[in-house]
Write a protein that binds this ligand. Sequence first.
Ligand SMILES: *Cc1c(COP(=O)(O)O)cnc(C)c1O
Length: 415
Amino acid sequence: MTDGTRPSHAAAGAQRAPDSGAHIALTEEHAAHNYHPLPVVLAHGEGAWVTDVEGRHYLDCLAGYSALNFGHGNPRLVARAKEQLERLTLASRAFYTDTLGPFAAALAQLTGHEVVLPMNTGAEAVETALKVVRKWGYRVKGVPEDAATIVVMEGNFHGRTTTIVSFSDDKEASDDYGPYTPGFRTVRYGDVDALRAAVDDTTVAVLLEPIQGEGGVVIPPDGYLRAVRAVCDEAGALMVADEIQSGLARTGRTFACDHEDVRPDVYVLGKALGGGILPVSAITADHRVLDVIRPGTHGSTFGGNPLAAAVGHEVVTMLGEGEFQERAARLGALLADGLHPLVGAGLDAVRVRGLWAGLDVAPGGPSGRQLCERLLERGVLAKDTHGSTIRLAPPLVVTEEEVALLVAAVADSLS
Ligand SMILES: *Cc1c(COP(=O)(O)O)cnc(C)c1O
């Protein structure tokens, strides 16, 4: 559309684009300091790669904390979003739409649950699960008013709301946000005896991540998820699996619970459910649980909106085809093979499940942050957690060559 007098879009963009330093300064001045980003300013993404404002390319091994499982600009998801953008984006749940029913049906089918309650962010879905299990406890289990307890795990991460940080043991996440919401009991993750000792007649649910993502990709001992299922059954409590980060193909199966053939009573889903395009979250359960929610008892202006439902439906359709699970399993095995030899060569421990790895840097080596800065220099984006741990979660569209490149960059950064 260049007519000779107007500059082309690219040229106009080039004139406007300040360099990284200016963007960083502007962001630091006017955006609250609730994050400490690596010094890179991203402008473009495609598949497993992102490009910064100076045109440098990086392999994105954070992938939006697994929100980008299907890669940046996934063509199927973008096409579905564009089509819906031009048709209907928002209606509110005051009316039915032609997108929510098909999305809910498809997600129910994928999870093996009967009913879906759509929300937006992960934290909202966790809050939804907490409300539902409490109401279920009072209405169905018969727990006395305000006596419900929910058992949670040490090292958990379930989001940032006031209630959720009330049961976080990460002091940075919870300090000065009290008074805290009561009703939670914390037990050691992976410890079945501690869990059994913590449940009683007031316990309405056990809430856990089948793999702790923010905790550093902490994988519980084999058989733990089955044992949690058994404890919940004995206690008449609901098992709630927060699969916001572990679910939707990341670990090589649709859900991390699938590795132990465990079916929780409630799945909490988010992140990749929005295809890296917009926030889409949901909880899923059977009627016997979710029917405690009646009109007026819970809601969200944006939850289940047509754009979200369209993108979420396409995500679920893609997961139904199994390709991403297969890729995560196959490429994850390569990632594990590449990383395990680094234990003793700069790393203390490596935990891998599918295309998801937690690396503990050995004392005396670089900090987690320094390792991420070295990876950045080598064209790989990753994020540290808890000081000396870094997490790798490339989009599931990566190739074998890109996994090899990632492993080489880690090895090089440690030497
Ligand atoms: C990211 C995450 C959340 C919170 O999701 P938000 O969309 O950031 O609110 C909750 N639980 C787990 C396991 C997560 O990884």
